[in-house]
Structures are given as structure tokens and as C-alpha cells.
Design a protein around this ligand. Structure first.
Ligand code: SF4
Ligand code: SF4
Length: 369
């Protein structure tokens, strides 16, 4: 059953990818906040409060439907702590009924075997837990010690994919912990990613030598082709606090919907554009997505970088794919591309007639055109 669900998810991801390739006028990813309250209080976090109520379910359903009407491919519930919303299952189910990929970012504290089974039933596709340290400390209680039992439950009962995100940055006093967390994630069959803590505004803070070494070791564990860990050029600059040259497509390909139902560029640029989602139009998507963002060179918001990478692939498939494969081989000379990558290689790295012919058939098969 788990294998079947996984294969079906890969097929839906391929459709999402093809849809993103076929048109640039819809959001690839929207992050939506069902509640701003959090049951923890990590000292580096500016995305929570201690008392706000959940957004009423009817209102959340309206917002999900509006995102679907705009053509959103992936809808991610974030917070605050989204599992504090009493009807989160219903919201996940609506995302799936509307044909989008449903994902959840949680601190994991409220996970139980029963809650995990309810997520299965609702159709959750991905869950991400961020773990900050091995032992809880004054900065963060999101520790491997506290959450390891939850991770085992996820491995045992979850039908969805799980990613464990570890973090590095000045507030994290034991950078070695991030590597231990990533190894534990791998041991349980999960994906692992690593993020770098940013200042308010989403901007970089340079890592020291020890942190950079841990960062490089985690990235060398490797993961899926289009994951954060393969944005090599970007990630090297992030770790060393060097600027990146890219176009941030927030407001178009990426949307952040706050608890008040307003569209923002991202969690760190609230207030821009600040338009109610209910009134957001296709013209807004195109206009806001194309605006240059002054914060882009030192931005660390990896999910927005990922949407930008899909657009790079859309406009320059050969160069983007060839660059990703070359950098991966540079890091691991013995690396062999998995079958999905070989298929993309075959479609896009052959001569242009082959590419155009088979690329068009693939898009049709995936119902993207
Ligand atoms: S658990 Fe997440 S939302 Fe809550 S305070 Fe920590 S980082 Fe912020
Ligand atoms: S560059 Fe884009 S994602 Fe990054 S902080 Fe600015 S608006 Fe947000």
C-alpha cells in the first residue's frame, strides 16, 4: 500500500512539474497559515504568537479554493503551529480534493499514532519537521531527544513522505547536532535538509568555519534532484554569506498567505504586496512575480529559491539540467542519475528535434497541455 501511494505521489509530482513547465502564470507553491499561535517559543523565531485563535474552518476552505482557482500546485500548511488547528485534517482533504499536493510544516510536538493515521486518511503528501538540537536548550525545545519517539511513529505509521530539516546559525550552539539529526533522518528512511537561520527580513548571516564544515557534510549526504541540497551554487553562497544573482518570483510563483488572509511575498516580507487573497488576480500574479526584490541577493528562503529553479528549468532546460548534473558529479564522481533524471536527460539534453518532439509528448501524457 505504502509503495503504491508513493508511486502515485511521484506521478502527481511529475504532473506538477509538467504543469510548471507548461505555464508561468500560476503559483507553484503557496504557504498558508491556519493559526499563528505556537505551543513553543524558539528565541530566533518571528513567525508566531501565544494567543491567536485558529482561522475559522469555513474561511480556510475559501482560501484553499481560491488558491486552487489560481492554479496553485502545492499548498503547504505552516504557522505558528498548524497542528493546533482543530480541523487541519479537513483542510488537508480539501487541498487533495482540489487536485493539489498537500504538505505540512510542524514542530512535531502534537504528533501521535492516531494523528498520523488521520493525516494518512486526509491524504497528506509531505510532512516536514524542523529539529534544532540533540538536547533541548534555552533557544529551542525542538530537540532530537524529545522528538525521536515521534519520528519512529512517523516511520511506522505514516503513508506520506517525511523530511527532517536541521538548522545552523549563530543561535545554534552545537552545530555538530545538525549532522547527527540528518544522519538519524536518513536512518529512518526520511529525507534531510539543512537551513540557515536568517535575520528578520530573511537575510543571510555568515556561518563560521565549523558551521560551514557541518553544512557541507550534510549536503554530501545527498537527496532528490530538485531538492534544496542540489542548488549547489546557491547553497555555497548562502553558507558563506555571499550574494546570489537570481530573480525572486514571490508574489507570482510563490505566495505566503497570513492568518488574516493577505498575500505577502514570504514570511519575512510581510506587508508586500498585502493584497487580500480573495481579491488576488492573475494580473497580480504576473505583476508581483515579475517585480525585482531588493532583498533577493542575500535571501535564505530556500523554498522560494526552489520555485525559481523550476522557472530556470522552464526557460533554459538544457543548461539548468546539465549544470545540476555536472555539479552533482563534481561532488560524487561515481554518481549515476536515477531513472527520472535519465528520462529528463534524454528529453532535454539530446538534439533539439528530439527534445521538442518527446518533450511535447511527455507534457501531453502528463496532461499539462
Ligand atoms: S516551533 Fe516553529 S513556529 Fe513555533 S516558535 Fe519554534 S520556529 Fe517558531
Ligand atoms: S528575496 Fe523573495 S523570498 Fe527572499 S526575502 Fe525577499 S521577497 Fe522573501
Amino acid at each position: 500500500m505504502k509503495l503504491f501511494l508513493k508511486a502515485h505521489r511521484r506521478w502527481r509530482e511529475a504532473q506538477m512539474f509538467a504543469h510548471a513547465m507548461a505555464s508561468a502564470n500560476h503559483p507553484i507553491l503557496a504557504q498558508i497559515i491556519p493559526i499563528r499561535r505556537c505551543n513553543l517559543a524558539c528565541t530566533y523565531c518571528n513567525e508566531f504568537d501565544k494567543d491567536s485563535p485558529p482561522v475559522p474552518t469555513e474561511e480556510m476552505l475559501r482560501r484553499i479554493d481560491k488558491l486552487s482557482a489560481l492554479g496553485t500546485s502545492i499548498i503547504t500548511f505552516s504557522g505558528g503551529e498548524p497542528t493546533l488547528h482543530p480541523e487541519l485534517d479537513l483542510l488537508i482533504r480539501r487541498v487533495r480534493e482540489n487536485g493539489a499536493i498537500a504538505t505540512l510544516i510542524t514542530n512535531g510536538y502534537l504528533l501521535t499514532p492516531d494523528r498520523i493515521r488521520r493525516f494518512n486518511k486526509a491524504g497528506l503528501d509531505y510532512l516536514q519537521i524542523s529539529i534544532d538540537n540533540v538536547q533541548p536548550d534555552d533557544v529551542s525545545k525542538k530537540s532530537l531527544k524529545v522528538l525521536d519517539r515521534k519520528l519512529e511513529w512517523l516511520a511506522e505509521y505514516g503513508d506520506f513522505d517525511v523530511t527532517i530539516n536541521s538548522v545552523l546559525g549563530s543561535e545554534i550552539t552545537q552545530p555538530e547536532d545538525a549532522y547527527q539529526i540528518a544522519r538519524r533522518a536518513r536512518e529512518l528512511g526520511f529525507n534531510s535538509t539543512v537551513g540557515i537561520l536568517h535575520e528578520g527580513g530573511g537575510q543571510l548571516r555568515p556561518l563560521n568555519t565549523l558551521q560551514t564544515g557541518v553544512y557541507d557534510r550534510i549536503l554530501s549526504l545527498g537527496t532528490g534532484l530538485f531538492s534544496f541540497a542540489h542548488l549547489d551554487a546557491f547553497q555555497r553562497n548562502v553558507a558563506r554569506a555571499l550574494p546570489n544573482s537570481w530573480h525572486c518570483p514571490a508574489g507570482g510563483r510563490f505566495l505566503y498567505i497570513c492568518e488574516d488572509g493577505l498575500v505577502h511575498y514570504c514570511s519575512q516580507q510581510r506587508g508586500q504586496p498585502g493584497i487580500p487573497l480573495a481579491q488576488y488576480t492573475r494580473e497580480d500574479l504576473i505583476w508581483e512575480g515579475s517585480k525585482p526584490k531588493g532583498c533577493a541577493p542575500f535571501c535564505t528562503i530556500s523554498c522560494v529559491h526552489q520555485t525559481a529553479m523550476l522557472d530556470n528549468f522552464r526557460t533554459r532546460p538544457r543548461e539548468t539540467l546539465a549544470g545540476i548534473i555536472a555539479r552533482r558529479k563534481e561532488r560524487h564522481p561515481a554518481w549515476q542519475p536515477p531513472s527520472s533524471v535519465r528520462a529528463l536527460e534524454w528529453m532535454f539534453l539530446r538534439d533539439s528535434r528530439t527534445r521538442d518532439f518527446f518533450g511535447a509528448i511527455a507534457l501531453r501524457l502528463l496532461r499539462a497541455k
